[in-house]
Design a protein around this ligand. Structure first.
Ligand SMILES: Cc1cc2nc3c(=O)[nH]c(=O)nc-3n(C[C@H](O)[C@H](O)[C@H](O)COP(=O)(O)OP(=O)(O)OC[C@H]3O[C@@H](n4cnc5c(N)ncnc54)[C@H](O)[C@@H]3O)c2cc1C
Length: 435
C-alpha cells in the first residue's frame, strides 16, 4: 500500500515520517525547491530569518511539545518570553490586560473603569451574548481595552472587518485573563498571562526550518521537490497525481496543500464545492527581515496596534531567540505585514515596503537606518485562516465532499483551520493513529 502526500510543509513531512515509522510506503510531492512551507528559513550573510513569519516552539499539548523539542534536542535554545505591545511610544506588557499598569494613567483608568462597568452589566444580565468576534471583544474586555488595543490590533492582523468574523475559535487562542489578574495588573502587581507560552524553544542554528529538516531527515528520499501538483484523479482505488509531465500513482491520497490550490486539480469537482472553497477567507503575509549592527531591545516580539505608525502588525527580534542567527555584534528584526490580493500592501514593491518599515522602526527608536546591514523580504499567499461568519457551515460541506471522495485533509490550509505547529502535529498524530 502506497500513500501520496501532497505538500511538504510541516504536515507533509511529519505525516511521511510517522507513516514510514509504521512501516508504510509514502511519497511526498512538494511544489517548491525546498520543503517547509510556512516554516522555511533564509540564511544569508550570517543572518537567519524565518520567511513565513517568526516561529517559536510552544504548546499546551505535552506529547506534541515533547516531539518538537526532541527533534531539535541537540540544537535547542530555550528563552523566557518577554513580549510587549508598542502603545504611544511605550512598551506595554503582553497580554495587554496583564500590562495595564504600563499605560498612561488616563488610559489605565479608561480600561479598568470600562472593564468594571462591563462586569457589572454582565452580572446584571444587561449584555446580550456576543454573535461576532467584535461583539466578543467588547463583551469580554469592555470598551476601554477593546478600543485601546484589541480592536485596532485585530483589525490590523486579520485585515478583515471584525463584525464579520465568527467567534467559535477564540477560546484558548485569544488570551482571556481572570478578573483578579486584570485588577492586579492595573494597580501594578505583576501577573503572567498566556502562561503556556511563557517559556519557548527555538533552534540554535538554522531557524525554524531546522525543525522541519530534522523531522524530514529519515524520509528525505521519499520527498520529491519542484513537483507542483496540477491534477489529482481517482480511478477505482488508485490515485494518479501529476504535475503535467510526471505522474505518481498510489493507493491513498492525503492533501496538506491549501484547499483553493487543491480544488482545481480535481477534474470532476462539483461547482458547489468549488464555490464553497472560493468563499473561504484567508490573508497573506509579507515578512521583512532586517539585520543591523548593534543591539535591539531585549524583547522577544512586539505587537503594533497603531495603524498610522507602521503597516506591520508585529515585529520580532530573532537575534534574541538564539545567538547563532546573526553575526557577532549584530542583531535582527523581522516585521510581519498581513495583506490581501489587490490591497495597498499587495501593490507595494518589497523594496518600498522595506524602506517604509525601516523608517517606522527608526521612529519607534528600535533601530537607526544607518545601522542597517542587510534586508530580505518574502511573501506567503496563505498565512492566516480568517474565520468569517459563514465559515462553520462552509467548511462542513467541503469536508463532507472530500471524505466521500477519499482525500484526507491534514494541515493548516488543508483543514482550513488556525492551527499552529502544535495543532498541525496533533492532527497528524490523530490521523496516523486512526488509520
Ligand atoms: C506569521 C506566522 C507566524 C507563525 N508563528 C508560529 C509560531 O510561532 N509557532 C507555531 O507553532 N506556529 C506558528 N505558525 C503556524 C505554522 O506556520 C503552521 O501551523 C505550519 O507551518 C503549517 O504547516 P502545513 O504543512 O499545514 O502548511 P504549509 O506550511 O502551508 O505547507 C503546505 C505545503 O504545500 C506546498 N504546496 C502548495 N501548493 C502545492 C502544489 N500545488 N503542489 C505541491 N506542493 C504544494 C507548499 O509549498 C507548502 O510547502 C505561524 C504562522 C504564520 C503565518
Amino acid at each position: 500500500m502506497k500513500t501520496v502526500i501532497l505538500g511538504g510543509g510541516l504536515a507533509g513531512v511529519t505525516l511521511a515520517r510517522l507513516l514510514v515509522e509504521k512501516g508504510e510506503d509514502v511519497v511526498v510531492l512538494e511544489g517548491e525547491e525546498t520543503i517547509g512551507g510556512l516554516c522555511r528559513s533564509r540564511e544569508e550573510k550570517g543572518f537567519t530569518f524565518d520567511i513565513g513569519g517568526s516561529h517559536i516552539i510552544f504548546s499546551r499539548d505535552h506529547e506534541v511539545l515533547a516531539f518538537m523539542n526532541q527533534m531539535i534536542e541537540q540544537n535547542r535554545e530555550q528563552r523566557e518570553r518577554n513580549t510587549k505591545i508598542f502603545y504611544q511610544g511605550r512598551y506595554v506588557k503582553y497580554p495587554f490586560e496583564n500590562g495595564l499598569s504600563d499605560l498612561p494613567p488616563d488610559d489605565r483608568f479608561f480600561c479598568l473603569h470600562e472593564y468594571i462597568l462591563n462586569l457589572i452589566a454582565l452580572e446584571r444580565g444587561d449584555l446580550p451574548p456576543p454573535k461576532t468576534f467584535l461583539d466578543w471583544i467588547y463583551y469580554t474586555f469592555g470598551k476601554g481595552i477593546a478600543e485601546t488595543y484589541m480592536v485596532p490590533y485585530n483589525e490590523k492582523i486579520w485585515n478583515y472587518p471584525l463584525d464579520k468574523m465568527s467567534l467559535h475559535w477564540v477560546d484558548g487562542r485569544v488570551p482571556k485573563p481572570p478578573v483578579e489578574d486584570i485588577i492586579r495588573s492595573a494597580i501594578g502587581i505583576e501577573t503572567t498571562g498566556y502562561a503556556h507560552q511563557a517559556v519557548f524553544s527555538y533552534p540554535a542554528r538554522g531557524g525554524i526550518a531546522s525543525l522541519i529538516d530534522a523531522i524530514a531527515d529519515p524520509v528525505k528520499d521519499r520527498i520529491m521537490t519542484e513537483f507542483i501538483v496540477r491534477s489529482v484523479k481517482r480511478t477505482g482505488n488508485t490515485w494518479t497525481v501529476s504535475d503535467g509531465t510526471r505522474t505518481v500513482t498510489a493507493d491513498h491520497c492525503i492533501s496538506t496543500i491549501p484547499l483553493p490550490i487543491l480544488a482545481p486539480c480535481i477534474p470532476d469537482i462539483p461547482r458547489e464545492i468549488t464555490d464553497a472553497i472560493q468563499s473561504l477567507v484567508y490573508n497573506s503575509i509579507c515578512c521583512i527581515g532586517i539585520g543591523i549592527t548593534g543591539d535591539v531591545p531585549p524583547v522577544s516580539w512586539m505587537y503594533l496596534p497603531e495603524k498610522n505608525l507602521t503597516p506591520a502588525n508585529r515585529i520580532s527580534f530573532p537575534s534574541g531567540y538564539s545567538s547563532f542567527v546573526s553575526p557577532p555584534g549584530h542583531s535582527s528584526v523581522l516585521a510581519e505585514i498581513t495583506y490581501n490580493a489587490g490591497d495597498a500592501i499587495d501593490l507595494t514593491r518589497d523594496a518600498d515596503l522595506t524602506t517604509g518599515i525601516i523608517a517606522s522602526l527608526e521612529e519607534m527608536n528600535i533601530l537607526k537606518a544607518e545601522d542597517v546591514r542587510y534586508t530580505t523580504a518574502a511573501r506567503s499567499r496563505f498565512a492566516y485562516v480568517v474565520y468569517d461568519s459563514g465559515y462553520e457551515r462552509t467548511i462542513a460541506t467541503i469536508r463532507d465532499y472530500f471524505d466521500a471522495y477519499g482525500i484526507s485533509l491534514v494541515g493548516r490550509f488543508s483543514q482550513f483551520e488556525y492551527l499552529n505547529m502544535d495543532g498541525v502535529i496533533r492532527s497528524v498524530l490523530d490521523y496516523v493513529k486512526g488509520r
